[in-house]
Design a protein around this ligand. Sequence first.
Ligand code: NOJ
Length: 557
Amino acid sequence: MRITDTSDVWWKSAVVYCLDIETYYDKDGDGIGDLAGLAERIDYLAELGVSCLWLMPFYPSPDRDDGYDITDFYGVDPRLGNHGQLVEVIRTAHDRGINVIADLVINHTSDRHPWFKAARRSVDNPFRDYYVWRDTTPPDTSKQVVFPDKEDSIWELDDKTGQWYLHHFYKHQPDLNLANPAVVEEILRTVGFWLELGFDGFRVDGIPFLEQTLKNVGDPEALVDPHDVMREIRGFLNRRAGHAMMLGEVNLPHEQQLDFFGGGAGDELQMQFDFIAMQATYLSLAREDPAPLVKALQERPATHPTCQWATFLRNHDELTLDKLSDEERQEVFAAFGPEPEMQLFGRGLKRRVPTMMGGDPRRIRLAYSLLFSLPGTPTLYYGEEIGMGEDLAAEGRMAVRTPMQWTSGANGGFSAAPPRKLVQRVVPDGYGPAHVNVADQRRDPDSLWNFVRTLIGSYRMCPELGWGRFSVVDQPHAAVLAHRCDLDDVATVVVHNLGSDPVVVDLPVDGSDEAHDLVDLFSLEEVVPVDGRVEVSLDGYGFRWFRLRPEGGMHLP
Ligand code: NOJ
């Protein structure tokens, strides 16, 4: 039995879909998306071909950071529903072959969490050590804050006790002290609780800050290696559920990411987002030159075979370009978000893919073809499958967190509530529901939705894209990226034209001793190579996917 033929390591070839329950589908008509609504949309996700659903935080929260400020790690925000309805969602998803993962926030709590409320009562409160405190006036830490529009220090003075507490994010999100074994125990109990309820793993929030936080723990005796903490959580996770997976948000250079995979042992996070390749993708698209993307992919360190990179184009935050040089970032800004109101924190963009691509369907499809054919596990952010736009008038990152657009009707079919009661307004104007919605696109065979569905189907039929060996195929055109992923005796060979001029690529499609058949993965027609090569004509921003498999084999396709 080959590991690639089983679903034991399901995340190696999954299609992940992220959504926020409150903006997905409002069943009870109060203007806020809910779990009962999501349960009714699981078949939609199954039809699209999603195999892993990532739920953004659904916990009780004052909602000052869109739910990432949590007051009860075991709770369900009553605005969304209750534990029973969550179980129905998980149960239905499992029935349709979809794993479900939850956002796990272990770096901080809300300042209204009972632990923090207790901790700030006095310096000798038993919960004091759940957080990180200092006695002396902090130095200038304005360069370390994550949200420079709102914060200028990572330390906040607690008036009552006269000490400063650490917070890398907003001041209402005090950082937890993971050097305290009692806090790690709390996290393990939380993990155990949600696994028992049926979750298949977690998207783990803000990992780089755990390291920073641990460095700030005053007592040098208490210095703890974040990798020890990660290994402990991973060990616990898989003792409780062998198939469970952690997908880490680790926006760090690749070498440091390798450490968070657990290096050669692969005993920390099973998955991490590839922020480096994501940012390089935009630079390549802006320059119409695949070189930055190729460099990022070739510099990816080799990981333990059970570990995996999550590829993505957008998420719920700003499109961060923090790992590019200042000049490179300016190039991407100039191409995809030249106006100040499109930019955020000086490092990113508050736009979605279609608007960044100027609404050009060729470029939008090119971007998604890359997403689904680059080595790794593709991750979609809700609404990408229909090409939703953003609401630039919304504050900061909320621009890309607008309600899902189901129909061309009132509120885009998201909710029957009056518009003023909606959790957030629906995108107005050109990208609004009249132009962009699921119902119309499901009916139209040429829609983006049907295209994304085809990409998902092709990705799932070609496990080599998740499991295989990546290589760049030599060809002479500067604007063209030709690459292949090989696994055993099959390979997917993909060619993308990042430039606007049509090209004819003389593409080598061989490389092994055995005779191979070649099929075009979109038309599903056989292609006959001549001397191991095919001539591929590509329009501006065009692309083709091929699959090579042993001659006369029984492969589909
Ligand atoms: C990263 C999340 O993606 C972001 O939305 C959030 O604000 C911070 N972590 C703090 O939890």
